[in-house]
Design a binder for this molecule. Structure first.
Ligand code: ADP
Ligand code: MG
Length: 214
């Protein structure tokens, strides 16, 4: 039996002390995820309780599982609509995040994760969207393009993630991010991750997050 007091410790707390389904914990164990990283231990209790979050942490600290487990917890698999959107600065990062979410989602059947990045032809992406998806991961320019063509509909979205927000701003995606966030339902959970915390990131947090934990 895990000690109750352990859940109060931010250091090497096991995933088992989080309010996650046993099948999700089992899958994490199979992936070799036994204890939470510090950012996971600090953030997951906040995000799994439904709160918005701004997290500043450097590369390799385990941010993907923070938003991955949160958006999966918010997901209703029986509703075949886009319920979560993750914005990433580059195609490579979007592909990594897509793979990681697929691994985290293995405990449940039929969760469809779609990557929509620039530099790929539009038509196959539109065909994939027409077939439906639960989770979309993409770069801001391409996501905006799909919204303008109405090939992507965000009416059923419940979780919006801005990953590597500082890099997205450096790459000139500010206006695209604003465009996309304004087309998401107001009642949603928003999670913002950034390695640095410049004014532009502070401003995004002010505009699009509601009483975020940090
Ligand atoms: P970040 O986005 O913060 O740069 P990632 O989410 O990509 O970091 O995680 C970095 C690596 O650590 C990945 O290979 C991931 O699978 C692994 N990882 C994340 N959390 C854990 C954990 N709790 N236990 C073991 N490995 C983990
Ligand atoms: Mg990352």
């Amino acid at each position: 039996m895990p000690e109750d007091t352990q859940s109060d410790s931010a250091l090497s707390a096991p995933f088992g002390c989080l309010p996650l389904a046993p099948a999700v914990i089992d899958n994490l164990r199979q992936l070799g995820y036994l204890n939470m990283t510090p950012i996971q231990a600090a953030s997951l209790p906040v995000t799994l309780d439904g709160h918005d979050l701004i997290a500043q942490a450097k590369t390799g600290s385990g941010k993907t599982a923070v938003f991955g487990l949160t958006l999966l917890a918010n997901l209703d698999v029986s509703r075949f609509e886009v319920q979560a959107l993750v914005l990433c600065p580059t195609r490579e990062l979007a592909d990594q995040v897509t793979q990681e979410i697929r691994r985290l989602a293995r405990s449940e059947d039929n969760i469809k994760v779609l990557s929509l990045v620039g530099g790929s032809v539009m038509r196959p992406q539109m065909a994939s969207l027409a077939h439906g998806a639960h989770i979309v991961v993409g770069t801001p320019g391409r996501i905006m393009d799909h919204l303008q063509r109405e090939s992507l509909n965000l009416d059923a979205l419940n979780t919006l993630v801005l990953d590597e927000a500082d890099r997205m701003l450096d790459m000139g995606f500010h206006d695209d991010i604003v465009y996309i966030a304004r087309r998401c339902p107001k009642a949603r959970q928003t999670l913002l991750f950034s390695a640095t915390y410049p004014e532009g990131v502070v401003d995004l947090g002010r505009k699009f997050l509601h009483k975020p934990g940090r």
